[in-house]
Structures are given as C-alpha cells and as structure tokens.
Design a protein around this ligand. Structure first.
Ligand SMILES: [Zn+2]
Length: 257
C-alpha cells in the first residue's frame, strides 16, 4: 500500500514545505483520506481520485474538497464520492455546499450528470472503496471524528485522524493481523498540554501513552498532523522520547508499506 501525504505549503523557492497545515492522504493513487490540500497539491492523481473518505469536517481536513469538485466539474463522467457519517455530511451541506460559501454541487449537473455524491458510513461498520476495505472507528476529537483501519491486498494501515486519548482505534489496529503501519497525530508540544486537551489533540507525552495501547511493537509508526508553528519543538520532543519504530511522516512524500 502506498500512502502519500500531500504537501500543503511552500518554501520561498517553491519547493514543498515540511509545515503541514492541512491533512490529505492519498492511498494507492486513487482514494483520498481527507481533502485538506487535495485540489491544490494532488498533481497527476487528480484524474484517478473519485473517492474521498473524511475523518471529520474541520477546515484543515476539507479545505480542498469544494475546490477539487470545482476543478473537475466540466470533465467528470461520474460523481466524486465523499464518505462521511450522517453528521459530517449534514455539516458539509449546511456550512460548505450551501450556495453561500460554495455552490451546492449536489444540485448542479454537468453534461454527463451528477458531480458530487455523499455516501454515509457508520462507526464500526466496514465498507469498501477503490479496492480497499475501510473500518471507521470513532476517536476523541470534535464530534464526530473517525480514525480508520485501511486494508488492501498487501496489508492494513491504521490512521488515527485527529484525536486525543482514545481506545477503539488501538484495539482495532492491534487486532489487524496484517498491520503494516500506523499513522498517528501529534499536534502540540508538551508545554501546551492544556490546549491539546481542550482541542482534543495529542502531545508527545500523550502519544507515548497512546502507543502503549498498541499491542504491535513491531509495526512502524509515522507521526502526522503536527501543527506547523510548533513542528520543530514537537519533532524534537518526539525524538527525545526515543520511542522505537517511531518516525515523522515526510510531508509531500509517499511511504510504501
Ligand atoms: Zn480536527
């Protein structure tokens, strides 16, 4: 399975910055998990992605979604399919695709038909998308929010989404016999643990406690969703913990597991 974390900002010379402002992971070049910078940074996979699975509806996870549909509008021969819980879909209809913030693309057709279709998933119920089997697990962030166990022919990957301390995703990841990797968030440095608690994110110390729940010490762990303004400090604190098998996911690059 190949997982690419799209870049979301640029250095002065135009190269991808390692500051991750938004979240969008493209799996096997065809299925996007979240859509933070999807329209802006997807590159050549633009024409292959028609399925977008959302973890939650915070802006840094959906900012590129309306622009992606807009980008493809005139060429789509089948709708872009967006997967979320009933509440996530309601939030997108009310707050984004409402003809105020952006057009209601559910109602506007191109010459081939519909361009946007929402599909509901429920926590704990596996569904299939693009050759992947996806188990959404509720995590501890704004409500509702999901982490995922994503399974394909070559194995499974767990993606925490945004979360504070939680249990279900670790139980589900530990139970995946073919688990190849874990992607887990760590947003804030330890000195901001109060804010992390309020915003329901992890700090390096919290990450360490969470990883103790993962009963698969041999599986590599990649840290994602580090707040860009605190990135150097968070990375230094994670490295200082010396956690075996834990590394930082390179922004703008792909990891094959
Ligand atoms: Zn969030």
């Amino acid at each position: 399975m190949e997982i690419r974390l799209l870049k979301s900002s640029f250095d002065d010379d135009g190269s991808a910055s390692e500051r991750q402002h938004t979240a969008c992971f493209v799996v096997n070049g065809t299925v996007a998990f979240d859509a933070g910078s999807l329209a802006m940074a997807v590159g050549g996979d633009r024409d292959n992605i028609r399925d977008i699975v959302l973890s939650h509806t915070h802006l840094d996870h959906i900012a590129g979604l309306p622009l992606f549909v807009d980008d493809l509008f005139s060429t789509l021969r089948s709708p872009v399919r967006v997967y979320g819980t009933k509440a996530m879909i309601a939030a997108l209809r009310t707050h984004i695709f409402n003809d105020i913030i952006y057009p209601n693309f559910e109602e506007i057709e191109n010459e081939f038909g519909r361009v946007l279709e929402f599909r509901e998933y429920e926590f704990g119920i596996e569904f299939s998308v693009g050759g992947l089997s996806i188990l959404p697990v509720e995590v501890n962030h704004n409500e509702p929010s999901a982490g995922f166990v994503i399974s394909g022919p070559s194995g499974s990957v767990a993606l925490s989404g945004d979360t504070a301390d939680t249990d279900g995703i670790w139980t589900a990841a530990s139970a995946a016999g073919d688990l190849k990797a874990v992607l887990v968030e760590c947003a804030f440095p330890d000195e901001m643990s109060k804010l992390a608690e309020t915003a329901r994110h992890l700090t390096p110390s919290g990450l360490k406690r969470e990883l103790e729940k993962l009963e698969r010490p041999e599986v590599p762990v990649f840290v994602v969703n580090i707040k860009p303004m605190f990135r150097p400090q968070v990375v230094a604190e994670i490295k200082a913990l010396g956690l075996p098998g834990v590394s930082i996911f390179p922004v703008g690059e792909a990891v094959s597991v």
